[in-house]
Write a protein that binds this ligand. Structure first.
Ligand code: BG6
Length: 512
């Protein structure tokens, strides 16, 4: 087999790691709504292309892009070719082989009639390609179209034309799943008119990151951590997703969303649940999601206690020696906008394991650098026999799960410095994904799409979890958005800093 270059690495497909992908995938048609948009062009299509390179697409497979734009099939293909070839260079013959699986169908999202045409189109394609009636619908469209499309798929009878017993039909949706508890229930109701919970896959791309998936392995495939994983040994947990970028071209979305809806209701709460949940009885999607749900239910509601919530918004500043505008100067942002771009939330978990252990979750835009990590800060030793000689306390152990830029795990511990005097120094035990695994790995979207094809819900939100997350955050959002002194509660911070001064000291503690 010829070699391919993926992300600059030579990918010899005969030597791809056995764990990279699964085999015996059901043939299927993957229908991508919003195919002319950014998400489909920049993420989904390149992910499908890399899956093809890694042999993790079913065979046969057909990929149908659907959108309002009047592309011909070849226009559609040449548009995505550019993006696909950024992540992997292949010969023209290989590209032709991949692109022979691509199709384009123009439709109007709100026209049932065009969905009836789509139904006939898919039926013919299924017959021609022998995809056995299996359909994966991916809604890469703005959220207000989710219900309309799901309803038109159902009404047009697309899903009913293939025998239920031998074929499957799945629906993939991206966040936001509503903008509060009420709207998330409304959305869910409309999806459930034609799809069962088993057919719905709600993506959280954080769950598909290798290091995030590794949290459960670290905790439950090792005997040494779990006995310490509780209030007796852990002082606090810090979870940070700091971003250097601002809101880019997404003011329309971000102005209504803000950091709590954008990052906390989904990614941050997923990270929290993986760190804090009880061990599930089996490594199986619903058993894991049951435990996450239990954990969400034990989070104490916010009640305005001191320091529980710190919100911020960036002002102009400097990042990497370059000046960057403040939030108010971004295109499409109102001059008097009070949308938070930074939050530090202190969560308390009311159960036996975690009583009294604070969980600090921090996320913000335009911070000093992009860094995503989870810090498990252990307590100091209960009695220091070194205190007479050291004249200082012994630094407590710390476990860091790094998600970005490095992917890995670091455990810090105390050792003796060489020499006659008694001096302690902190050393690290390091595991780095990059150093220990040189092979090709799956990008988040590849993993997510693969799991949808397999039908595994492990990395996807279940509706009860979504609602529990909204139940927790909706009162907080409403109180932040309707309180009289809203402006006073929003601290500003210069772009390129670690957030508002009320929070930056703590942020530096978990980032250092
Ligand atoms: C998205 C948010 O879900 O996650 C973005 O909408 C954010 O605002 C992004 O930038 C962060 O993802 P990552 O993988 O870059 O940490």
């Amino acid at each position: 087999m010829e070699q391919l270059i993926v992300d600059g690495k030579v990918c010899d497909l005969e030597n791809v790691c056995d764990c990279l992908t699964v085999t015996d995938l059901d043939p299927c048609i993957i229908v991508i709504f919003g195919a002319s948009g950014d998400l489909a062009t920049r993420k989904l299509m390149p992910a499908l292309f890399r899956m093809w390179i890694n042999n993790s697409l079913p065979d046969p497979v057909a990929i149908v892009g659907c959108a309002r734009t009047a592309f011909s099939r070849s226009e559609f293909i040449s548009r995505i070719k550019k993006e696909c070839l950024i992540c992997a260079s292949v010969s023209e013959a290989q590209w032709l082989e991949f692109s022979s699986r691509l199709y384009y169908f123009r439709l109007e999202y709100d026209s049932e009639q065009t969905f009836v045409q789509l139904k006939n189109y898919l039926k013919d394609l299924d017959r021609e390609k022998d995809t056995q009636g299996n359909l994966l619908f991916d809604l890469a469209v703005p959220p207000h179209l989710y219900s309309v499309i799901a309803e038109n798929i159902g009404q047009s009878g697309i899903t009913r034309q293939f025998p239920k017993e031998s074929s499957w039909c799945r629906l993939v949706v991206e966040k936001p799943f509503g903008s509060d508890l009420h709207t998330s229930r409304e959305l869910d109701k409309s999806l459930h008119l034609h799809f069962t919970e088993q057919q719905i896959f709600r993506i959280d791309h954080y769950l598909a990151k290798e290091t995030v998936q590794n949290i459960l392995m670290l905790r439950f495939a090792n005997a040494i951590f779990e006995p310490l994983w509780n209030r007796s040994y852990i002082d606090y947990v810090g979870i940070i997703a700091a971003e250097k970028i601002g809101i880019e071209n997404r003011a329309g979305y971000y102005e209504k969303s803000g950091v709590i809806r954008d990052m906390f209701q989904n990614h941050m709460l997923q990270l929290l649940s993986l760190i804090a949940m009880e061990p599930p009885s089996h490594f199986e999607a619903d058993r894991v999601r049951d435990e996450k749900l239990k954990l969400f239910r034990s989070i104490r509601p916010f009640n305005g206690r001191n320091g529980e919530v710190i919100l911020g918004q960036y002002e102009s500043g400097t990042i990497d020696s370059k000046p960057v505008p403040g939030y108010h100067e971004e295109n499409g942002v109102a001059n008097d906008s009070l949308t938070p771009t930074f939050a530090l939330l202190r969560f308390s978990i009311d159960n036996w394991r975690w009583q009294g252990v604070p969980f600090y979750l921090v996320s913000g835009k335009r911070l000093k650098r992009k860094e995503t990590r989870i810090v498990i800060q252990f307590k100091e030793v209960p009695h220091s026999l070194f205190r007479d000689v050291l004249n200082e306390s012994v630094v407590a152990n710390r476990l860091i799960l790094s998600i970005y830029p490095e992917e890995g795990i670091t455990l810090s511990f105390q050792t003796k410095s060489p020499g006659a005097k008694v001096c302690l120094r902190t050393m690290n035990m390091n595991f780095s994904y990059q150093e220990s695994y040189k092979g090709v790995s799956l990008e988040a979207y590849e993993k997510v799409l693969l799991d949808c094809i397999v039908g595994d819900h492990m990395l996807f939100w279940r509706q009860d979890g979504v609602e529990e997350a909204w139940s927790l955050l909706t009162p907080l959002l409403h109180s932040c958005e309707s309180c009289e002194n809203r402006a006073q509660q929003l601290y500003s911070y210069p772009a390129g800093s670690w957030g508002p001064s009320a929070a930056s000291e703590f942020v530096e503690k978990i980032i250092s």
